[in-house]
Design a protein. Structure first.
Length: 475
């Protein structure tokens, strides 16, 4: 009897201590994530004067200290300032790897614009401030901290987990994901990719609204509109004027809308959001999600710039130049027209459409080339949407139910561009999952006084940890 009682007591003590150990691991990971986050923010990784390699090497050392073998860490890139970090968490190999990506570079930030030093990590009023706190050093810190936590726990996934933290997502000529795919595809090849730089988790103040899973994004292309003319003396003007030709073409572009496009991702977005809104907007979202979409509903939703961007390719004039002297007829007039092309649409067809809309033989339209570091032109190709894999959506829904019951999962399409375009073009389905909530009315990415909520960051650490395990635990 006494032996049985002692045995029962031992089992109870072990069971009682298990949550204690788990809580301790969570607290250690929180502190580690905080320290990595601070370290990253205080390393300047801007394109002008920063150094991405410094950040990549610092994180590689963190991973070494966390138990990763030297052979599972690679710091490499096209030049000394733009090296990328690739880390591999080895599993049993039962399934193909998962790739997790994030970028280490940040946009420029002037001290004079900010109320704090943008390259000093500051906590105040429940927020972490600093350049990259929203885009996206907070996610880099989360990924590295959780790789270390899983390693320390002795976790053995049924597939390799690959981490790639890279350069030049925000600009520059040495994009890390593109370089890795071209030069070392075997380092990052995977069944699918999770990109923490997309898939917004939206909240309104303290109310969590939705968890986005970005499965599609538009294609970024710049076109140049150019009109050339012999010019002459401004005292003898004529209607044949380069500026007038260009202005007419741009005016016609302003009045033009590309045809409506709906895919699996945007249909899911409108269906899910219809249930979270009321009135005419809710009804219009339901009508747009139908096949075919209701034209009147499309027209009403298109009056809202964001919804309009989800419904079609958009092209807009963003830069303008012309003339060479105040007393001379202009010999040149140029405009940059930035297009965000709907996934799957052929960029060359967009080019032809712009020529038809401009409707002026004296306005030449050409693609503004993007160049690789060695000067080669990067071809503009369609970016296919990623299918909503049940494995990924089920894992997301399960973790959401566990962490934030009642928060719906909503598939989204980014109107901007992320590094996910490179992996999608390379045939690796990619899903943007930010893992932490941001206020939809307080977007400071790329802006001054960039910040993330302290608790939102720590919640993101735990959500990402649970998601990693859900996607890679032996079955």
């Amino acid at each position: 009897m006494q032996r049985a009682m002692r045995w029962t007591l031992s089992i109870c003590l072990i069971a009682a201590c298990a949550p204690c150990g788990q809580t301790q691991a969570q607290e250690q990971t929180k502190q580690l994530a905080h320290d990595i986050f601070k370290q990253l923010v205080e390393i300047n990784t801007t394109d002008s004067v920063g150094n991405v390699t410094t950040a990549a090497e610092a994180l590689a050392q963190r991973l070494r200290d966390g138990g990763f073998a030297e052979g599972d860490l690679k710091v490499a890139g096209p030049n000394e300032r733009k090296k990328n970090l690739v880390a591999r968490f080895r599993g049993t190999g039962k399934r193909k790897p998962i790739l997790f990506i994030g970028h280490l570079d940040v946009v420029e930030a002037l001290r004079s614009d900010w109320t704090t030093d943008p390259f000093e990590f500051i906590e105040k009023d429940g927020y972490f401030y600093g350049r990259g706190t929203e885009d996206m050093k907070e996610a880099d810190a989360i990924l590295v901290a959780n790789f270390i936590r899983l390693k320390r726990e002795g976790y053995l996934p049924d597939r390799d987990l690959i981490l790639a933290l890279t350069a030049d997502e925000e600009g520059g000529s040495s994009n890390g994901v593109d370089w890795l795919l071209r030069e070392h595809r075997d380092w990052i090849d995977a069944e699918y990719c999770i990109n923490l730089d997309a898939g917004e988790f939206e909240k309104d103040k303290d109310k969590r609204l939705l968890a986005g899973i970005q499965a599609s994004e538009k294609v970024y292309v710049d076109f140049q509109f150019e009109s050339l003319n012999p010019g002459g003396h401004s005292s003898v003007p004529s209607p044949d004027n380069a500026i007038y030709h260009l202005a007419g073409a741009l005016s016609r572009l302003q009045s033009f809308s590309f045809p409506t496009k709906i895919n699996e991702i945007t249909r899911n977005y409108f269906e899910r959001n219809a249930a979270m809104t009321t009135g005419q907007i809710s009804a219009d979202m339901k009508a747009v999600a139908k096949q075919p979409p209701d034209p009147a509903a499309v027209q009403r939703l298109s009056a809202v710039p964001y919804y309009n961007s989800l419904l079609r390719t958009t092209c807009v004039a963003t830069m303008l130049s012309g003339g060479h002297a105040p007393n001379a007829l202009p010999q040149t007039a140029r405009a940059n027209v930035n297009c965000r092309i709907f996934p799957g649409e052929d960029p060359e067809e967009v080019h032809k459409t712009l020529e038809r809309v401009a409707n002026d033989p004296k306005v030449r339209i050409s693609v503004v080339p993007q160049l690789t570091p060695d000067g080669k032109v990067v071809p503009v190709v369609p970016v296919p949407p990623s299918p909503l894999l049940p494995e990924v959506t089920r894992a997301m829904e399960k973790v959401l139910k566990n962490v934030w019951p009642g928060v719906p999962l909503v598939a989204t399409m980014s109107t901007g561009a992320t590094d996910g375009r490179y992996t999608r073009i390379a045939g690796i389905p990619t899903y943007g999952i930010s893992c932490m909530f941001f206020d939809k009315n307080d977007n400071r990415a790329h802006g001054k006084d960039e910040r993330v909520g302290v608790q939102d960051f720590y919640d993101g650490v735990e959500f990402n940890y649970k998601l990693m395990k859900e996607l890679s635990s032996p079955r």
